[in-house]
Design a protein around this ligand. Structure first.
Ligand code: KIV
Length: 259
């Protein structure tokens, strides 16, 4: 049975952790779905891990749609959430509605994620939710603001912690069904998680969130760079090199193909 935003809120109430991973194409989407994760996120991190950019800023709405459509074809059960890329929603709630609408209509997304908090973004979230579009928020380190924030931990000072907490509350009040909390101190993530009734999904935010997200190429050991808080469960980079070397050897020594 496909996962719904309402089920995720119930999971928080039941104390059952939520697993979220990113996907950028059909094969990865299908594998994650078969492995039984609750949410598959077509994150704009694909700008870095699949397209080779240094930040998430260059990826366009059309490129995100292209990847989201491919992932959609592989996903049957997980909730499919797609990131709205930089400058596809910040201009106005109307612009956000157009962009999010395309994700649902053209790519079959079941929800969108956007970065930042109140007041302008919360107003935008409210507009999308009124139009029937489920929204996931994203606070703390928001990579689309990398030129202002860098890739540094956020919420370390009391003022910055209070601002992030206020943003999370504003997003919940605007109707978001879940919030990603990225790279903040664990006690701040705990405070936000306890304050909200919607689930918090942590990345580099400690153990207290209602769920955890990783960029799948970090988990698989495919990325050439990963943040210090990410964990690799496999070294796929080296396994692929080994497989390619084995193939090359067999071709050069005429062992493959067999007669
Ligand atoms: O783009 C992305 O992959 C994300 C996750 C890190 C949450 O936003």
């Amino acid at each position: 049975m496909p996962v719904t935003p309402q089920q995720l809120i119930q999971r928080k109430q039941q104390g059952r952790s939520i697993v979220v991973l990113t996907a950028w194409d059909y094969a990865i989407g299908q594998i994650l779905d078969q492995a039984g994760v609750e949410i598959i996120l077509v994150g704009d991190s694909l700008a870095m891990v699949a397209l080779g950019y240094e930040t998430t800023l260059p990826v366009t709405l059309d490129e995100m749609l292209h990847h989201a459509k491919a992932v959609r074809r592989g996903v049957k059960n997980a909730l499919l959430v797609v990131d709205l890329p930089f400058l596809s929603y910040q201009e106005s709630p109307q612009q956000a509605l157009q962009s999010a609408g395309r994700m649902l209509k053209e790519a079959g997304a079941q929800a969108v994620k956007l970065e930042g908090g109140y007041p302008a973004i919360a107003e935008t979230v409210s507009r999308l939710v009124q139009a029937g579009i489920p929204v996931m928020g994203h606070v703390g380190l928001t990579p689309q603001s990398v030129r202002q924030l860098g890739f540094k931990q956020q919420g370390k000072s009391p003022a910055s912690g209070e601002r992030i907490l206020a943003e999370a509350i504003a997003l919940e009040q605007a109707g978001a069904f879940a919030i990603v909390i990225e790279h903040v101190p664990s006690d701040l993530a705990l405070q936000i998680t306890q304050k909200l009734t919607i689930p918090t999904i942590g990345i580099g935010a400690g153990v207290h969130c209602d769920g955890q997200v990783l960029v799948t190429s970090d988990l698989l050991g495919l990325s050439t760079w990963k943040p210090p808080f990410a964990k690799s469960y496999l070294n796929l980079h080296d396994l692929i090199i080994k497989a390619v070397q084995n193939f090359s050897e067999e071709v050069r020594s005429h062992q493959f193909p067999e007669p």
